[in-house]
Ligand binder design. Structure first.
Ligand code: URA
Length: 236
C-alpha cells in the first residue's frame, strides 16, 4: 500500500499531520536511511521510516474476529497465575488483538477481539447500552414473580439493574434454561441477577451482541467478521 509520508507518520500515532510536515521539512525524517524533505513523498510497503532515528511503524491493519470462548479461559491478554487466556486462542493472528469487554472464566460464547481501540471503546462504553444476550441454565424453578423481578430490575448489591428481556426456553423439574438480554456490564451481572432470586447459574453462554450472533462457531474457534458485521458494530 502506498501512503503519503506525512499521513504515514501521523497515522502511526506519533503526531498530527501538520507536525509531521514540520518534521519532514526540518530534515528529521529518513526513508530507507536517506533524509526526505518532500511533503508529498510516497511511502511503499516495506519502506523503513525513521523520525529522529526512531523507527516508525505505519498504521496497523485493523482485524476483527469473533471468538467462541470456552470454559476455563480468562478474558485478558496475560495472566499472572499462568492460566490460559483468550489471547492463546488467536495467537496465529500476527496482530495483537484485545478482547472487547469481559466474560467470566466460567462463561462461554461470543467474544469480539480486535486491535481497533475506537470500536472497543464505543462498544464497552456504558452510555452506548449495547444489548448482550445470554443463555443461562439456572437451578430451581423460575416462578412468574421471579421473572417479573428480572424484567423490572434487580438489586445486585448496591446496584439496581435496568429492565432486562427474559424468556424461559425450558423448565425442567430442577433447573431452567433461560434467554436473558441486558445492556449493562457489571461484574458477574447475570449470575448475580439470578442469584438475587435464589437461582444459581450453572452454565452461562453469550450468544449475541446486538444483532451479531455466535451461530454455529465451535468452542475455541474464531472467525473474521464480515465487512457488513464490522459496519454494523461501528454503527451501534
Ligand atoms: N454476566 C455474568 O455473570 N458473567 C459473564 O461472563 C457475563 C455476564
Amino acid at each position: 500500500m502506498s501512503t503519503r509520508l506525512n499521513k504515514y507518520i501521523a497515522s502511526a500515532g506519533l503526531c498530527s499531520r501538520r507536525k509531521a510536515d514540520e518534521l519532514i521539512s526540518n530534515g528529521n525524517v529518513k526513508v530507507n536511511g536517506a533524509v526526505v524533505n518532500e511533503m508529498g513523498f510516497v511511502v511503499e510497503d516495506g519502506d523503513r521510516v525513521t523520525v529522529n532515528g526512531r523507527l516508525i511503524e505505519g498504521e496497523k491493519p485493523k482485524v476483527y474476529v469473533v471468538l467462541n470462548k470456552p470454559l476455563g479461559y480468562i478474558t485478558s491478554m496475560d495472566d499472572d497465575k499462568n492460566r490460559a487466556t483468550v489471547a492463546d486462542l488467536v495467537s496465529d493472528i500476527p496482530e495483537r488483538l484485545f478482547p472487547v469487554g469481559r466474560l467470566d472464566y466460567n462463561t462461554t460464547g461470543l467474544l469480539i477481539m480486535t486491535n481497533d481501540g475506537e470500536l472497543t471503546y464505543s462498544l464497552t462504553h456504558p452510555k452506548h447500552e449495547v444489548d448482550k444476550t445470554y443463555i443461562a441454565t439456572v437451578s430451581g424453578v423460575l416462578s412468574g414473580k421471579r421473572l417479573a423481578q428480572l424484567r423490572k430490575g434487580v438489586d445486585i448489591g448496591g446496584f439496581v439493574t435496568s429492565p432486562a428481556r427474559v424468556r424461559v426456553l425450558r423448565q425442567n423439574p430442577r433447573s431452567a434454561v433461560v434467554e436473558i438480554t441486558i445492556h449493562e456490564g457489571k461484574n458477574r451481572q447475570v449470575r448475580k441477577m439470578f442469584a438475587a432470586g435464589g437461582n444459581q447459574v450453572q452454565s452461562l453462554e453469550r450468544v449475541a451482541i446486538g444483532e451479531l450472533k455466535l451461530g454455529r462457531l465451535k468452542e475455541g474457534h474464531y472467525r473474521k467478521l464480515t465487512r457488513q458485521e464490522i459496519e454494523y458494530l461501528k454503527g451501534l
